[in-house]
Write a protein that binds this ligand. Structure first.
Ligand SMILES: [Zn+2]
Length: 108
């Protein structure tokens, strides 16, 4: 289990069930949302939004002109059904956690 790079405590010792992926120098680390800077939190949301734009474009293209080759590319990029069914990551709760922390910061 990694430690939060900001406070040094275990990444599971957070008030949120999901950590943030933050860029530190040239690598990505997991950090507690409550330890992240405002810039970190905004960056997490921006990365997620850009990924959604990619997903929208790729899924739209696939829906208009599906082929086994395009499906293979799509699954390579986003994972196939069986990989995702095994995944514990929940993108919706991740975004909700970042927004909750942003709300807490803006209110204080
Ligand atoms: Zn921390």
């Amino acid at each position: 289990m990694p430690n939060c790079p900001y406070c040094g405590k275990g990444i599971d010792q957070s008030r949120y069930s999901v950590p943030a992926r933050v860029r530190q120098r040239d690598r990505i680390s997991l950090a507690h949302l409550e330890c992240c800077s405002l810039e970190d939190l905004k960056g997490v949301l921006k990365v997620r939004a850009l990924r959604e734009v990619d997903f929208f474009r790729d899924a739209s293209e696939l829906s208009m002109n599906p082929s086994l080759e395009k499906i293979a590319d799509f699954e390579r990029k986003y994972g196939d059904y069986y990989e995702l069914a095994e995944s514990v990551a929940d993108d919706e709760i991740s975004v909700a956690a970042v927004v909750a922390e942003l709300k807490a910061r803006l209110r204080s």
